[in-house]
Design a protein around this ligand. Structure first.
Ligand SMILES: C[S@@+](CC[C@H](N)C(=O)[O-])C[C@H]1O[C@@H](n2cnc3c(N)ncnc32)[C@H](O)[C@@H]1O
Length: 190
């Protein structure tokens, strides 16, 4: 509530709490808990927006040492810190303003999450993937919500997303929402 109340653009902040947004992140965490819960995680969230995924991750059963939430939009940093104040005070959370295409510390993390693939062109996505070390666990999400004005690279099907993502895929899944389908891939860089 503080994060929304203190925002310059409250409606925009509220968007990150919409049902589809929250459910898709809980769905992501459920998969990690079910299939990958053993590692202590040092997580990087690329396009972490207002830090909601980080909050949900900290409140999950996963063993999490640290989360960095990175977004290119500088308005997100303060909101993400409000969302994750307790964890920041424990030295376990950091919000940074950065383009994921210029971020240099991918090697520090053992789980890299990018739920904003629909916001990146294929060229940007491939450039981003090139920067990641091999053998990192990677979680991707995209969707078929073509009519959204900020979406530049939606996928028609999970199969198309899987073909285009250039990962060794462990898990590929679809979550229907009221308006669109959300696609998720968990895998490793080839
Ligand atoms: C609207 S939000 C999140 C939507 C997404 N479906 C989700 O729930 O995660 C998309 C975010 O991606 C961020 N973003 C887009 N391109 C980026 C980049 N190259 N580096 C870092 N953040 C980026 C935007 O600033 C925005 O905050």
């Amino acid at each position: 509530m503080d994060a929304i109340r203190q925002s310059d653009d409250r409606y925009r902040t509220l968007e990150s709490f919409w049902k589809g947004q929250i459910n898709s992140k809980i769905w992501l965490i459920d998969h990690l808990e079910k299939y990958y819960q053993h590692l202590p995680y040092n997580i990087l969230v690329c396009g972490g927006w207002n830090g909601v995924l980080a909050t949900l991750l900290f409140n999950s059963n996963l063993d999490i040492t640290r989360i960095v939430s990175m977004d290119i939009d500088q308005n997100c940093e303060e909101i993400a810190y409000t969302m994750n104040k307790d964890y920041e005070m424990q030295g376990r959370f950091k919000a940074i303003t950065s383009d994921m295409l210029t971020y240099e510390d991918y090697g520090k993390h053992n789980l890299i999450i990018n739920t904003v693939c629909e916001h990146m062109t294929t060229e940007q996505y491939n450039q981003w993937l090139d920067k990641l070390p091999t053998n990192k666990r990677i979680v991707l999400q995209s969707n078929d919500y073509f009519s959204h004005k900020e979406h530049v690279n939606c996928k028609q099907t999970l199969k198309e997303f899987q073909q285009d993502c250039n990962l060794n895929v462990d898990i590929a899944a679809t979550m229907p929402t009221e308006k669109y389908n959300r696609f998720m891939i968990i895998g490793h860089k080839k």
